[in-house]
Every structure is written in C-alpha cells, then in structure tokens.
Design a protein around this ligand. Sequence first.
Ligand code: ADP
Length: 640
Amino acid sequence: MTVEAKKETLGFQTEAKQLLHLMIHSLYSNKEIFLRELISNASDAIDKLRFAVLADESLLEGQGEYEIRVDLDKDANTITISDNGIGMNRDEVIENLGTIAKSGTASFLESLTGDERKDSQLIGQFGVGFYSGFIVADRVEVHTRKAGESADSGVLWESCGEADFSIEDKARESRGTSITLFLKKDCEEFADDWRIRSVIKKYSDHISIPVLMVKPTPPPAEGEDTPEEEVAVEFESVNEATALWMRSRTEVSDEEYSAFYKHVSHDFEDPLTWSHNKVEGKLEYTSLLYLPAKAPFDMWNREMSRGLKLYVQRTFIMDEAEQFLPMYLRFVKGVVDSNDLSLNVSREILQKDPAVESMRSALTKRVLDMLGKMAKDKEGDKYANFWKEFGPVIKEGPAEDMANQEKIAKLLRFSTTHTDVEIQDQSLEDYVARMQDTQEKIFYVVAENFNTAKKSPHLEVFRKKGIEVLLLSDRVDDWLMNHLREFDGKQFQDVGRGELDLTSETDEEKVAKESLAKESEALVERITKALTDKVSEVRATARLTDSVACLVVGDHDMGAQMRRIMEAAGQDIPDTKPILEVNPAHPLALMLDQEADEDRFSDLANIVLDQATLVEGGQLDDPAGYVARLNTLLLDMAKA
Ligand code: ADP
C-alpha cells in the first residue's frame, strides 16, 4: 500500500472563480453572514448523514450524537466550524468546492452590473454558501472524511480564494468536516467569543442541531489560586436547537422565521410572508411555507431548483421535494414534515402516494389563500411587489391547475384601458365592477408589448364607447387567455379576434352597421381581389374610428403573439391568413374607392394591409416591396 500524501493543485472552474471574486468585493458590508452559511452547510451535512443512517447504521461509527462545533483561536486569528455529518471524499471535495453546479450560473454572472450594491443583492438570491468564508478569510482549510470510510481516506483542501486550490490526503479519525478560516487582519472580531455567540444567536438559533462552543470558565475568585491541573474543557450549546417548525407559532419571533427562511432558501433577503401550520386528522403534517420577496435568478430556467425540504417525523428526507406544489408555485420555499410517510420514501414513491396528492392540494390552497389574503390587504404594497416579481408565473396557473382556476383568477392583475399605465394593478373583480350595464364580456387585447397593446386600432371603438379593455403583453398572456374561459360568469373576448360583437350595440348602431356593409360592398370586393393571396377575408368594420384598417384573427386561429413565440421556438405553425377589416369612412378608404387605376389601387391596398401588420408589431413578409410602393406614391404626390 502506498501511503503517499498526494498533493495536487487544481484551478477553480471559471464560474467559481468569478463568483468568488465578486463575492469578496460586494459582500464586505455584511461580513458576518459567512457563519450562517457555514453552519447551514454543516446542518445540511448532518441531515444527510441522518438520512443515510436509516439504511446503514454502521455509518454512525458508534458516535450517534450529532453536533456542530465552533472553535476560536484568538492567537492564531482563526475560527473553525466542525460538524460530524456526512463528510466528503476526495472527488466530492473537488466537485463541491471547486465548481458551481447550479445551472444557469454563467448567464447569472453575465447579468451582474458591476454596481456593488445591486450585485450584492443579486448574489444573495443566487446563494453564496461555502465561498462566503472568503469574505473574512484570506485562507481557508477544509479537513474532511466521509462517514463510513477509513481514517486515512481523509482529505485536506486549502485555498486563498484566488485562482486555485490544493488538495492532499490527511488522515482524520472522526467522520465529518472542519472548516478553518484564517481571518483577515481587519476581521479579528470573528475570533472573539462574545461576537460569535451573538452572530450564532442571530442567524442560527433555529438550526435543530446543537451548535457548541467552549463554556467560558469563570475567573478564579479573589485570593484563590489558579488550579494546578488543567480543567477539562466543557462545551455548551449556543442555539435553541429544536426544529423551528415544531415549535408553536406564538413562540417563534418574526426574526426567527426570517432567519430560518434564509437557511432553507439560501436567499439573503427577508421573506415577503409565510404560513406556518400544523394539520391533524386523517393526515398529520406540519408545513412552513415562505414567499420570497424577490424572484430567484433562475425562475425561467427549466432546471431551477424548486420544491420543499421534506422531513418525516423530524428526520430530513430530501431537498427539493417537488411533488408538494404545482409548477406555477415553484417559487415557494419551506418545509413539510409528515407523520404519515415512510422514512424510506423515495421520489418515485412520492409521485404515486395518495397522501402526497392530498397534501399537495392542501398546500396549494394554503399558498393561494396566503396570496389572497395579501391581495385583499389594501394597506401596504406587499401584493403589488409580489405581482411585480411573480405575476407571470402565477399566470401559468389557470392552465396547470383547473381545480383552482377561480381562486387564481382573483389573484391576477392587469394593465387596462381604465388606467392606461403599464403597471399591472387591476383585478378582474375591479374590471367586472366597472362593466357597463349591457356589457356581457370581459374584453382584452394581446400584443407584443404594452405600447403596441395600448395603441392597438382594435381599441378605438371601445375607447369611444368607454368600454374597458385589458391590455395584455406578457409572453404568457396568450397562453393564459386560452385557458381562462370565464370569470364571475363572464366570458373573455379577444378584441382582435372574430367579428366585433358588442352586445351593448343599440338598434340604430345595428342598422348603421348593416347599411355600412351594403355601401362598401364594391370596395371590399376590389380590395379582396387585390390582396387575394394575403388575407383570408376583407370586411367593412365599425370598430375603427381613427385607423383605416386592422387585422383580425379568425375565431379558431392562433393569435399573433402565440405565433411569434412558436416561430421563435422553431415550431411548425399552421399557415393561416388574417382577416383585414377596413373602415370605409376613413379618408384613405374613400380615396381607394375613387382610384380608377387598378395598379395604383393594388399598391394602395397593399400599403393599407402592411400598415395594419406594422401597427400590431408584426413583421412584413416583403418590407422592400412596402417601401417601394410607398415611395412611388410619395413621388406621385410630389409630381401632382
Ligand atoms: P450549496 O450548499 O448551496 O449546495 P455550497 O457552495 O455552500 O452550495 O456547497 C457546495 C456543496 O459542498 C454542498 O452542496 C455540499 O455537497 C458540500 N458541502 C459544503 N459544506 C459541507 C459540509 N460541511 N459537509 C459536507 N459537505 C459539504
């Protein structure tokens, strides 16, 4: 057997290096959080061991007391955080402490601005974990040995947090990990007993495993000699050390809830709100659900980590248990502790277990109720903030969760012609309350962006009549409206789709409409001929007041926004042509009607069609043709 202490130096992965650098430079104003991060990791490592022990008790190596220890050495200016958790082998150390495995890290790093204050917030959402040690230390040593392996499989990792780290074999008797921080000169305070105790109290009180520190020995009483023999060192627990979610609500302070949130979510910011509940009856479980204040950096990444921390009777089972909440609530963080599930439960079993299914539906309701309550609470702008961050995700809800559609619909917020501002702050209940007496439908327009929606020609008649229209421009909106059929017994109607059907039409208006159709028959026919390959139909309309024409989607055709999204995703889309609606009273239409030259008529008709496409924010098939036609007309005008 070779007992050679292999020492090698390896470079950090590029992303890890960048993150390290950024963190050291943007988090210095909140240095003490390193301890929260390292204690949090230690607690996770013990949770993992506890779980592994369920299958293999020998991993305990005869030492079943789980603990975290914090040791200070004022002379050496170091702090050491040790745990007797799962530990790591050589490969795991290289993987875990040399790279960042989170997907989307590279694009996250690109999104950083270089502005320290902003970046420190973003990094907070990203979660800094282990690397935060380098905020206070200019050298970090990690000595670790995996539970169940022999003492000489221990490993020593060491780095100054710049380009590389070294790794070598170093025997370790006890399982677990010790992390020693060689504190920077200006960080001596973190070798101070009193200071560290207060930081642990502040951030880690809720950790369910005792965090031990050396018990201070009282100074010898006056006249008493210092004892000859060294007294054995005694340890005491600095934190509360009971699972926070098992305590009763009245016993837990807001600060404790917030601190616990930071532990489960790896978020730096306080949560927006939370809901802590104990359920008894057919199923018994405790849940503690948090809503973050800020959307995570990877909310739109399919592989984003989501789900709750699952415990079964206080034993940690798994992170990211996704089965307890639907996809559209993927931003919810927290813990669920069940008394019914088996300790051997796996992800596969979770997917099929009926108990999980009913917990999922109860937890979903719980979150929706929490949101409903926040939305009703008109004081403060909590819900407005929530909507700004998570609105587009909630809009996925009606499609995913039919059972709760009504509840979700009440949570939706929109821009509308009532306020004409981009802020989405109007509810469907607000809209319905403002509906005109004869109005039966809830009208909406979908466009690529807010301005295009707001200026859509389809709105002209609605504005004239004072009928409110929802202005939709989020990517998900077309999808949402495909699934949201009704609210409060009222159907939704896309104003850019199908025949204009204003149920509030008066008899006179109906008569006027019919005579309009008759009078413009000839014009419509000529335009139809000129645009025959490009549109499915041309018709006269009363929906326009200022514009000469607009495009309308057939009742069962795909909306323009959805088309663009599918096109961008490289999907095949059915080749349907739009309907062109023309306002016969518009001066341009009158001019068309009087144009005797068929070529000029065709040019004009094509310009009208292209303009209707442009106004929608659409792309022209033949932009050069459009410009050429328009210029011919302009030159003719100059000649005349
Ligand atoms: P995160 O905790 O968010 O995954 P970290 O950078 O804090 O990210 O840690 C990276 C990984 O290193 C952890 O996922 C874990 O596998 C491992 N690790 C960190 N600290 C410890 C520890 N005390 N004991 C065992 N493994 C650890």
